[in-house]
Ligand binder design. Structure first.
Ligand code: ZN
Ligand code: ZN
Length: 304
C-alpha cells in the first residue's frame, strides 16, 4: 500500500511502484502535524531529508525507514522547509500544501501531468494575497517602529523559520520562543541577527500568551485576508501565507494541464466545481475515497 500524507491509500502495484516488501509506504509532503504519519512500524516514509528529521523530532521516533523509488521524483513545494510534491511515473503529481510564491524554501513549479492531486486550502476566489516580498518588508518595518512586538504564527515550525530569515535579510535583530529555537538548533539553522534579549519576539500563537501586554501582537496568516475571527486580540495582522492564493491555484492547474484533478484540503468540493466550470475533469478527493470497495481502493486515478 502507498498512502499519501494521511489522506488516502493506493496499491503500490497500481502506481507501478516497486513492492515495498510487505510494508506500507507513506509519501509525506511536509512536517506539519496534519500531514505527518502517526505509525512508523512497518511504514516506510518517502520524504525529504529535512522532513524526516522534523518528523523524528515532533513524533519522538528514533528510527524512520526510508522508501526510495526511481519512479518517484520529489519536487520543491515552496510551502515550508523540506516540503515536497511528488511526481510518480511522470504521470501523477501529488501535492500536499504548496506555494508558488515560496521565497526561501524553493518554489512550487507546475509540471505537465495526467493526474493532479492537489491541495486547495485557499481555494475560494476571495483569497487573493499580496506579493510575499512586499509583505515581508512591511512586517520588518512594523516591528522596527514599535518598542516591543511579538510576531505570531499558527505553527511553531515552518513560518517561524521563514520569518527568522526575513528579519535577518532586513537586518532586524530578533529572539524567539524556546520551541522554535529548539527546532533551529536541531536543524542547524543559525541566524546572525538572533539576539536573545531582542524586543522582537517570534512565537507560536499559543506560546505568546505569557508575554506582557506591552508587546504589540502581530499575527501572520492568509486567513486574515477574509476571516475577522483572526483579528481578535491582535494589534496588527499581515496577510502572509505559506500557501498559494486562489488565482495561483487556478494558474497551477492550467500549467499542469492534467486530464483529471482531485482536490483536497480547504473547500475541495467548491474548488472542484470552479475547475469544472473552466473545463477540467475535477473532483474532490473525498469522492474518490468514497469509492472504496471490499477488494481495496478502486483504480480511478487515471488508469494507473
Ligand atoms: Zn502545511
Ligand atoms: Zn496542511
Amino acid at each position: 500500500m502507498i498512502s499519501f500524507d494521511n489522506l488516502f491509500k493506493l496499491k503500490a502495484a497500481e502506481l507501478g511502484l516497486d513492492k515495498p516488501e510487505g510494508r506500507e509506504v507513506t509519501l509525506v509532503s511536509h512536517a506539519h502535524t496534519d500531514h505527518m504519519p502517526t505509525r512508523f512500524k512497518n511504514n516506510a516514509l518517502c520524504c525529504s531529508k529535512l522532513t524526516k528529521k522534523v518528523i523524528a523530532l515532533r513524533r519522538k521516533v528514533s528510527e524512520i525507514i526510508d522508501y526510495k523509488s526511481s519512479a518517484i521524483r520529489q519536487l520543491p513545494a515552496g510551502h515550508i522547509l523540506g516540503s515536497s510534491m511528488f511526481l510518480i511515473n511522470k504521470k501523477l503529481l501529488y501535492t500536499g500544501d504548496f506555494n508558488t510564491q515560496g521565497v526561501y524554501c524553493g518554489v512550487a513549479k507546475p509540471i505537465k501531468c495526467e493526474t493532479l492531486i492537489m491541495e486547495c486550502t485557499y481555494g475560494s476566489p476571495e483569497y487573493i494575497f499580496p506579493k510575499k516580498q512586499e509583505v515581508a518588508a512591511e512586517i520588518a518595518e512594523y516591528v522596527q517602529k514599535h518598542e516591543e512586538s511579538v510576531i505570531m504564527m499558527l505553527d511553531s515550525f515552518g513560518k517561524p523559520q521563514e520569518i527568522c530569515h526575513i528579519l535577518e535579510r532586513h537586518k532586524v535583530p530578533f529572539t524567539m520562543h524556546s520551541r522554535i529555537a529548539n527546532f533551529n538548533k536541531q536543524l542547524d539553522l543559525n541566524f546572525k541577527y538572533y539576539e536573545p534579549k531582542s524586543s522582537v519576539f517570534i512565537s507560536g500563537m499559543h506560546d505568546a500568551a505569557f508575554l506582557p501586554p506591552s508587546y504589540k501582537r502581530v499575527l501572520l496568516t492568509g486567513w486574515i485576508a477574509q476571516n475577522s475571527r483572526f483579528k481578535q486580540g491582535i494589534d496588527k495582522g499581515f496577510v502572509f501565507s505559506s500557501h498559494s492564493d486562489y488565482p495561483s491555484l487556478i494558474d497551477f492547474v492550467r500549467k499542469c494541464n492534467p486530464d483529471r484533478v482531485y482536490t483536497h484540503h480547504g473547500p475541495a468540493h467548491k474548488f472542484a466545481v470552479d475547475l469544472r466550470k473552466l473545463g477540467y475533469n475535477a473532483e474532490s478527493l473525498d469522492v474518490l475515497m468514497g469509492k472504496q470497495t471490499s477488494s481495496g481502493w478502486q483504480r480511478t486515478l487515471g488508469g494507473f
